[in-house]
Design a protein around this ligand. Structure first.
Ligand SMILES: Nc1nc2c(ncn2[C@@H]2O[C@H](COP(=O)(O)OP(=O)(O)OP(=O)(O)O)[C@@H](O)[C@H]2O)c(=O)[nH]1
Ligand SMILES: [Mg+2]
Length: 246
């Protein structure tokens, strides 16, 4: 509980047997009331290990980072949680940052982490110059268009949203993939939500990468994110480029 309100952590997981146990234990801090792992068709031991570590596990058949997170957000709302934290299953974020996120939620609807301007980048963290510049550039575009110019990262999974704002934006979230991350920020800002970005720890992941596996894939994800940020004009402008990369 934080300030008398329930806190839930949502973790999308796809074949994360190497990291999920450690991640669940790290995020099951006293302030957290429940932790839900969304097992996204894992073929390894992810679900069993997560359950054993203390998580509630649900299975989401639609494949993808966005699809898994959206399912987790629905589950969290059904169980009357007020603060909903999202993180990854790969031990790249730290449970100790949750309280900092919650404290920054005072007077705000949504607090999101940044991995680009952070003094807390761990050795070997997947945040080289290409990803820093890419995330910052797309974040500036989003911030300037939608009204939060300080934004410096669009792909940081670690974040917390309050129940009333989540109820408002969840029906509007559509991305099944990595674009869910900026889509959520765009929707909150369009609803007039008060948000803040704060630096969080970001460490080398345990296990193999699923999203940012190559620069090419990161670039395609970047284009999909720009599409979401620009809305309908974005669909018209970016679709031909995305077809080129198929
Ligand atoms: N890519 C991907 N990730 C999924 C899927 N379902 C759940 N996830 C989880 O979403 C989170 C993000 O995936 P990662 O592979 O860590 O992607 P990333 O953070 O861009 O890449 P790294 O820097 O290597 O960590 C992880 O917790 C995955 O287990 C899926 O279908 N595809
Ligand atoms: Mg990751």
């Amino acid at each position: 509980m934080f300030e008398g309100k329930r806190v839930c952590v949502v973790i999308p997981a796809y074949n994360e047997a190497d990291a999920i146990g450690e991640t669940v234990k790290d995020f099951l801090i006293p302030v957290v009331d429940e932790l839900i792992v969304i097992d996204n068709n894992s073929t390894d031991d992810t679900a069993r290990i997560a359950r054993k570590a203390g998580a509630k596990v649900v299975h989401e058949p639609i494949q993808g980072y966005g699809a898994a997170i959206r399912r987790g957000l629905r589950e969290a709302l059904e169980r009357r949680n007020h603060f909903i934290v999202i993180t990854e299953a790969d031990a790249s974020f730290r449970g100790e940052d949750v309280e900092k996120l919650l404290e920054n939620c005072r007077g705000r609807h949504f607090v999101v982490g940044t991995r680009t301007a952070t003094p807390y980048l761990g050795e070997g963290a997947n945040m080289g110059l290409f990803l820093v510049v890419g995330n910052m550039a797309v974040a500036k575009l989003l911030g300037l268009i939608h009204g939060y110019p300080p934004l410096t990262d669009v792909g940081c999974t670690l974040r917390v949203i309050r129940r009333p704002m989540l109820k408002a934006v969840l029906p509007e979230l559509e991305a099944d993939g990595a674009a869910l991350s900026p889509e959520m920020i765009v929707r909150v800002l369009r609803h007039g939500g008060r948000m803040k970005e704060i630096p969080v720890h970001y460490l080398a992941r345990v296990g193999t990468a699923k999203i940012t596996t190559s620069r090419r894939k990161a670039f395609i994800n970047g284009l999909k994110m720009i599409q979401v940020i620009l809305g309908t004009p974005g669909k018209i402008l970016i679709s031909p480029f995305l077809r080129l990369f198929k």
